[in-house]
Design a protein around this ligand. Structure first.
Ligand SMILES: [Cu+2]
Length: 480
């Protein structure tokens, strides 16, 4: 029996089954759990992790790891509140995990090793069972460490959109598109062009008086760029008609790059951030997205032509990150026009108002330890690299005010698992009503968020830049 047949006919090896049972026995009773195979019922969804070829252009096909033979993986549509079973088949030689980003689900199925979710063994399979919620634009992706291996973790093609549909979708749009920003073919870059889109002109409330100027280590650069699985011009355009309203689900699926995107001649009416409706929908020229963030925006098609939707940085756009928006019966050259200079400000989407007083305020200070040339920088949370054993303990029902103090020049997309948080303040500007699971804290900036502790269990917090997470920028919250 070859490997393919083995997988097709199901079943783990005895050792793998034993490991799965062992992990099962370590779970708390009463939680939703992962059932070991074999299962007779057909799963609602199935994801097979295996090598894939992605044809970015007719002349550039790359090899990576993806789901179900594609990257991005299939768009998964789930109904809010309706339990699902997802079978994950790991057709690779390394243990894997699938994380459901933005969902309120137990640690046992969140897809995170630090939260003790069982790994999907090499050439094994596992079933995740959970109740999808809340409604909105979510996504799924691997959550393995990569470290110095640029063929693992978020550097691979293991990601896809997950839409959790609610019963009351207003649906006031004509067409819906899913657009994932993406870089490929990573390499270690001694120069470091990370955060090329970062705007450090802000107030910088966390800038130290004296800066550590010792030499920094390797950053990650990329050779190829796309939206979804195609470089600009190589795939189908977004075909539109004048007067249409197009709902764009934008996702930054990058392993490391913050992005600003624009569509010349058009504006984005932002309706949701990280899948959650915002209190004050506003229309903007440029959308900023850190790794892991999503923005849902309605674009009214009022300027016939052929336009480039893409990042504002010329390098990435000229190297293929972008997609054409093509009106019917137009035959012009695709146009790009640099948008007006803009500074992304989450708080304009919020409302006035003040959150209830927190039960506790938790300061979190983030610092970089420069490694010197040719090595990897490390990162600390409150002066320590992961793990933090007892620092971050929550009581169920408590309201915690987390103050993210970024004492580094990079902008960091900070992600909290299994919960959402409410933005309270960004660089001194107060806001309310914006619920997110990932927030970009600008260089030397500060963000304050409120977290209501209503999801007992281990909860990972980390920077969504893979390299930062792998080298210390994470913390495990636990419930008392
Ligand atoms: Cu970071």
């Amino acid at each position: 029996m070859n490997r393919r047949d083995f997988v097709k006919f199901g079943g783990l090896t005895a050792i793998q089954l034993g490991a799965a049972k062992l992990l099962m026995s370590q779970m708390q009773p009463g939680t939703q759990s992962i059932a070991p195979v074999p299962e007779t019922a057909k799963p609602d969804f199935s994801l097979r992790i295996a090598p894939v070829m992605v044809e970015l252009t007719p002349t550039r096909t790359i090899s990576t790891i993806g789901y179900n033979g594609t990257s991005p993986g299939p768009l998964l549509r789930m109904q809010e509140g309706k339990p699902v079973t997802v079978e994950v088949i790991n057709d690779t030689d390394v243990p894997e995990l699938v994380h459901w980003h933005g969902l309120f689900i137990p640690a046992e199925v969140d897809g995170v090793e630090e939260e003790a979710t069982p790994m999907v063994p090499p050439h094994g399979r596992i079933r995740y069972q959970f109740v999808p919620r809340p409604a909105g634009t979510r996504w799924y992706h691997t959550h393995t460490m990569a470290g110095a291996d640029l063929h693992r973790g978020a550097y691979t093609g293991q990601f896809g959109f997950l839409l959790i549909e609610s019963a009351n979708n207003p649906g006031n749009y004509d067409k819906e598109v899913f657009l994932a920003l993406r870089e490929w073919e990573p390499f270690f870059n001694p120069e470091g062009d990370e955060d090329e889109d970062a705007d450090n002109s802000g107030p910088q409330p966390e800038r130290p008086k004296t800066l550590d100027t010792s030499p920094s280590g390797l950053e990650v650069g990329y050779q190829m760029f796309s939206i979804n699985d195609k470089s600009m011009g190589a795939g189908e355009p977004i075909r539109v008609r004048q007067g249409e309203r197009v709902l764009m689900h934008l996702l930054n699926a990058s392993a490391s790059m913050n992005r600003s995107v624009a569509l010349p001649g058009h504006r984005f009416q932002i309706v949701a951030m990280d899948g959650n409706p915002i209190p004050t929908p506003r229309t903007v020229d440029v959308v900023d997205l850190g790794p892991g963030e999503r923005v849902d925006a309605i674009v009214e098609m009022t300027q016939p032509g052929i336009w480039i939707l893409g990042p504002t940085t010329d390098d990435a756009r000229n190297s293929g990150m972008g997609i054409l928006v093509e009106y019917a019966n137009q035959h012009k050259q695709p146009q790009w026009v640099a948008p007006p200079k803009s500074v992304w400000d989450y708080t304009i989407f919020g409302r006035a108002g003040v959150q209830p007083a927190p039960d506790q305020t938790i300061d979190m200070i983030f610092q970089k330890i420069p490694s010197g040339a040719g090595l990897f920088n490390s990162w600390t949370v409150n002066g320590k690299q992961y793990p933090h054993d007892q620092e971050f303990v929550l009581k169920k029902g408590g309201r915690y005010r987390l103050v993210f103090r970024n004492r580094s020049e990079d902008a960091h997309p900070l992600h909290m698992h299994r919960h959402s948080f409410e933005l309270v303040e960004i660089n001194g500007k107060a806001t309310a009503g914006i619920m997110k699971d990932t927030v970009v804290v600008p260089g030397y900036g500060r963000a304050t968020v409120d977290l209501v502790a209503d999801q007992p269990g281990l909860t990972l917090f980390h920077c969504h830049i893979q390299q930062h997470m792998d080298y210390g920028f994470k913390a495990l919250f636990r419930y008392a």
